[in-house]
Design a protein around this ligand. Structure first.
Ligand code: SER
Length: 318
């Protein structure tokens, strides 16, 4: 039996909802402590292993949970996303930055390993738009992006200064079918599936030609664990790898869905805040560093992801 004792923050979010059962399957239910600021009643994993109510803005509470469960690995998912952040930048900073500082400080003495998800949002208008390189300039214009670049740097610093093993990925839009994303610019790519099945039409808040990279949840889960288990000797970057699987615009995703639901229609009502964020981000990422350093190799492309999403959601919705 593995000696990993894992804490997941933000366990009720889009990724946490699926990462908790995935890690419990791998390491055993008692080895994975889910945590969140509140309990969502619809969350299925609450009764299937340890759960702690945890507010990451309270440093003492994090240390208490780490001590109580003998935690040695943290998947730190708690974070506000890009669109929500523009509504309240100060709260985003409190959760995304001060929350990360609290996690890193609590992890120092017990030397916990940490997984820190960053984002394509670290890139701003000055970075190359197409196949944005791993080491391109990171000068974001959203507060979410600013918090993620700062987070990446802080994680690097804690590795250098205190020897903490901190690894992370820059996620593009995440497409999934268990929990909805909350307040991101890429949320359209999930909402469009629900709308196609429920209403047969969708009103998109991004322009039809806004290209952003996406990945499907099974690849998110596998990639995170693969990176955390990778031989450190092979890692040049450790923290903040570009990862990507699907490069797509709303119009292209619509056309793919229409192959399965011919009567599906779309129209566009642009949200200027989210459009400005999308315009400042890369059209696509170069993830060759992840592919060569720890063999990132996503399984789903646009066609297979769309088929699987429709398959799962049509059973859930009807
Ligand atoms: N999905 C995120 C967002 O749209 C990007 O990391 O905010």
């Amino acid at each position: 039996m593995s000696k990993k004792k894992i804490l997941i923050t933000g366990a009720m979010g889009q990724i946490g909802t699926e990462l908790v059962p995935y890690l419990r399957e791998l390491y055993g239910p008692d080895h994975v402590v889910a945590s969140g600021r509140r309990i969502k009643p619809e969350c299925s994993f609450i009764d299937q292993g340890p759960f702690e109510l945890l507010d990451i803005t309270k440093p003492g509470d994090i240390s208490a949970v780490i001590r109580k469960h003998g935690i040695n690995t943290i998947y730190h998912l708690a974070s506000l996303l890009s669109a929500t952040g523009e509504e309240d930048p100060q709260t985003l900073w409190e959760i995304n930055m001060n929350g990360l500082v609290n996690i890193l400080e609590a992890a120092r003495e017990p030397q916990c390993s940490i997984f820190f998800p960053s984002s394509i949002a670290v890139f701003g208008p000055d970075a190359p738009k197409v196949k944005t390189p791993q080491d391109a300039l990171t000068r974001p214009t959203s507060i979410y992006g600013v918090s993620k670049v700062s987070g990446e740097l802080l994680c690097d610093y804690y590795h250098l200064k205190y020897g903490l093993d901190i690894r992370g990925l820059r996620y593009p839009g995440v497409i999934s079918n268990a929990a909805l994303p909350g307040g991101g610019t890429t949320d359209y790519a999930v909402h469009i599936f629900y709308a196609a099945l429920r209403e047969g039409r969708y009103t998109c808040f991004l322009k039809e030609d806004s290209s952003i990279d996406m990945i499907y949840m099974p690849d998110v889960l596998e990639g995170a664990v693969q990176l955390m288990n990778a031989d450190p000797a092979g890692l040049v970057h450790r923290n903040a790898f570009n990862v990507s699987a699907i490069t797509v615009t709303p119009a292209e995703l619509y056309r793919e869905l229409k192959k399965h639901i011919p009567e599906f229609t779309i129209n566009y009502e642009i949200d200027p805040v989210r459009q400005a964020i999308a315009d400042s981000w890369p059209d696509s990422l170069d993830d060759s560093a992840a592919r060569s350093e720890w063999k990132w190799n996503p399984k789903y492309n646009l066609e297979t992801m769309t088929r699987d999403m429709l398959d799962v959601l049509s059973k859930k919705i009807r």
